[in-house]
Design a protein around this ligand. Sequence first.
Ligand code: SAM
Length: 282
Amino acid sequence: MHSDLWLEEKFEDFLGLKFKVEKVLFSGKSDFQTVDVVETKGHGKMLLNDGLVMVTERDEFAYHDMITHVPLFVHPAPKNVLIIGGGDGGTAREVLRHQSVEKCTMVEIDAMVVEACRQHIPQTAKDLDHEKLQLIIGDGVEFVKQTTEKFDVIIVDSTDPIGPAQPLFGEAFYQDVFNCLSADGIVVSQGESSWYAMEIQQSLLKVLNAVFPQSYLYSFSNLTYPGGLWSFTFASKQYHPVADFDATRVAASGLDFQYYNQALHSAAFALPNFVKKGLAGL
Ligand code: SAM
């Protein structure tokens, strides 16, 4: 049957991204946000929180490869990994491919996101029942405040800094993250768009600079987030993301990636001049 349904993601009051919808698979409202899963024409199944695109089957590999494999190939032996957010399961799926990982804890605040993805987007959610994964439905901010565990890598796979995700961009949170990282720990976080959200990137890097001896921004190309160019932050107690990256480990891992490779790992940290200028002197 022919569908004339389009959904439009509105960015502030000046941009709209439209996607052709074939079928609405799930629509709900949790205590935290609206959660929708739709089948689209050009991008496969898509998860939206509060009307904003989180994940699409077509390009999720770019985001999940780059948020995961960059820190996991810089840390020489990541055994204990924490994911905050990431309810669609794509980051957990990629973390669990690393042989060295003995345990992965994922703290997602919204059970509805997890259940909707389990049911409708197995491409990302397929490893949410993995034996090495401990899934906690709870607030990541509270978790890092209270845990006594030490993590080698923490991945903050969060929504934009609104609602429950707002504290995930603040200094108190990153002080707690610092405290629950091992002595050579790394934290990588969803770092927004250099085109449209430079002020969030500036503020996040300021926070990271205040807490960590090293912090950097790196970028990747995205298909369905406004602006195309998207970023993560990398902050660490010890390792430099490029100088301390042993590229031979990528081939030695035997893993095959759709986006990540050893050349791209280092290239991602080479920023366009407008970004370098925007982030200078923080
Ligand atoms: N790839 C996505 C993006 O950049 O748009 C992020 C994906 S993932 C679905 C983001 C998740 O972070 C959401 O499911 C949301 O519920 C979760 N989240 C937001 N604030 C949180 C918090 N304080 N603790 C744990 N999870 C949180």
